[in-house]
Write a protein that binds this ligand. Structure first.
Ligand code: FAD
Ligand code: SF4
Ligand code: SF4
Length: 495
């Protein structure tokens, strides 16, 4: 039985009334049950693109906050890449002062509504939580991300957010390339200092992967648009459909346009392929293309779509990360009858978040573990007809600490599919590297920076996010954007 939000709320209200009667000891707090996140019923949500996780109710968030022991050593903070003062904001949330809680979070993070939803909390802040450690189960940790989400949603929905103050005009100007979380955070911190900030985005929508990659059912786009609006209100200028490396090079931004410094946050949007036979058949997509069509071109909205949708009945998704889960769950919502995630290891080795795997299973996604794709078989018209897979076994641990998968010869067989989505990772976008003389990069194409400042090998040019880290996370990208902005503000002050 799938509990409804109202049922969870009724139970929470009763419990909260009881808890508020007494002075809670650590033992009492330890016994408070973890609050379940209300979510859309899987039987309904596979037919819509609306958000799956519905967010805590007020009674639930207060109870969840009461589970926090307010540890003196604050171990959870060291798991947060931007070091939010977690116990402090949870304390305020527990008292019902959400505006104060939000302002504590915003001292460190620009996008709490986003991070509360998509941060891999179970390997970051919540991994270090004393409550989860004592119960030897990270899933029993205080739900820091869910509380963060509630607080940020509350202040947004109640009009309590203020546009950050902007300093007096410094006469300096900065170009910010890309509009993902790294660039959004860098732009905010640079503008606050009083510099003119111009953001250049290649696509027609602003937000990077937050708008073109992560599906609406995990991160509603109105939340990203709201944050972008705040930047606009602060006076950040945004140029869309503007490709740096083509329309203008980095060199031209300095010499022709007179920018004093540049931040590169161009991300890792170049899809990797397996390079197997048949990968150029009709019906093979990179997860990037598939998700971008669905997200930006509203392919799911058949009456108003800006791009035709490929009608699939049987979809194979290659890969085991969050991107594979997003692609598989999107395919289901676009009407596929069978969606199989083909992964060469077992569930334990899957890099995707547990919560996303659980949601995918609830939605009827099939998992074909310990199988690897060998070739894609097209029909006489060149359209995908089947995928040849081979069975695998787990071998010893590899360099990345995960057990290797070893193919078992002679176990090849065909599985019928009409669509294949390749979700095996992304490389950094190569255009800026190719058009910027003297910028140092790694063999993989990521830009080399001083990690304490984000400074690249070129004077006045800084970088952060996936273009530096390779495909990473939203909060790490944000953290790098802020680090670079701090160093850039110092650099500009000294000019
Ligand atoms: P991006 O968000 O990639 O933004 C880069 C922007 O730069 C893009 O808008 C691009 O169009 C623009 N650009 C590129 N080149 C140029 C150019 N030459 N000129 C102008 N503009 C340019 N992370 C999580 O923490 N949790 C998740 O659940 C999660 N899920 C994900 C799901 C998917 C499908 C994907 C693809 C990624 C996911 N990630 C997740 C990873 C996360 O989104 C990224 O790590 C993060 O967005 C990186 O931020 P960024 O600012 O570096 O770059
Ligand atoms: Fe945890 Fe992410 Fe929030 Fe930091 S930003 S406290 S890691 S959910
Ligand atoms: Fe609260 Fe857990 Fe942080 Fe302790 S470690 S302060 S219980 S969130």
């Amino acid at each position: 039985m799938h509990p409804k939000k109202e049922q969870l709320d009724d139970a929470a209200k009763l419990l909260l009334a009881e808890l508020e009667q007494k002075e809670l000891t650590a033992k009492d707090r330890n016994q408070i049950p973890l609050q379940e996140m209300p979510s859309q019923d899987p039987r309904e949500r596979i037919f819509n693109m609306d958000e799956v996780a519905l967010g805590y109710t007020e009674a639930q968030v207060r109870i969840e906050a009461l589970r926090c022991l307010q540890c003196k050593t604050k171990p959870c903070i060291k798991g947060c890449p931007v070091e939010i003062d977690i116990p402090a904001f949870i304390l305020e949330a527990g008292k019902g002062d959400y505006a104060r809680a939000a302002s504590i979070i915003k001292e460190s993070s620009l996008l709490p509504s986003v991070c509360g939803r998509v941060c891999p909390q179970e390997v970051q802040c919540q991994l270090y939580c004393t409550v989860g450690k004592a119960k030897k189960d990270v899933e029993q940790s205080v739900s820091i991300g869910r509380i963060e989400r509630f607080v940020a949603d509350y202040t947004r929905e109640h009009g309590l957010d203020e546009v950050p103050q902007v300093g007096a005009d410094t006469g300096k100007s900065v170009a910010v390339i890309g509009s993902g979380p790294a660039s959004l955070s860098a732009a905010a911190d640079l503008r606050r200092e009083g510099h003119r900030v111009v953001m250049f985005e290649a696509l027609h929508k602003v937000g990077g992967v937050l708008v073109y990659g992560i599906p609406e059912f995990r991160l509603p786009k109105e939340i990203v648009n709201y944050e972008v609006d705040i930047l606009l209100k602060m006076g950040v200028e945004i140029r869309k459909n503007y490709l740096i490396g083509k329309t203008r090079t980095i060199d031209e931004l300095f010499k022709k346009d007179g920018f004093d410094a540049i931040f590169i946050g161009s991300g890792a949007g170049l899809p990797k392929f397996l390079n197997i036979e048949g990968e150029n058949s009709v019906g093979v997509f990179s997860a990037n293309e598939y998700l971008t069509r669905s997200n930006l071109m509203r392919a799911y909205d058949t009456n108003n779509a800006l791009t035709p949708i490929y009608h699939s009945k049987r979809v194979a998704v290659f890969g085991g990360g969050n991107v594979a889960m997003d692609a598989a769950r999107t395919a289901k919502r676009l009407g596929a009858e069978v969606v199989s995630v083909i992964y060469r290891r077992t569930e334990a080795e899957m890099p995707a978040r547990r919560e996303e795997i659980a949601h995918a299973k609830e939605e009827g996604i099939e998992f074909v573990f310990l199988h690897a794709p060998m070739r894609i078989v097209p029909d006489e018209k060149g359209r995908v007809e089947a995928v040849e897979v081979i069975r695998c076994e787990l071998g010893p641990e590899g360099e990345d600490g995960r057990r290797r998968s070893i193919m078992v010869e002679g176990t090849e067989h065909l599985r019928p599919y009409d669509t294949v989505i390749v979700a095996i990772g992304n490389d950094p976008n190569p255009l800026i590297k190719a058009t910027t003389k003297g910028i140092e990069t790694t063999r993989k194409g990521t830009i080399i920076v001083d990690p304490s400042t984000g400074a690249t090998s070129l004077k006045g040019v800084y970088a952060g996010g996936d273009i530096v880290l390779g495909a990473a996370t939203v909060i790490l990208a944000m953290g790098q954007g802020r680090t670079a902005a701090k160093a850039m503000n110092e650099y500009l002050a000294a000019l």
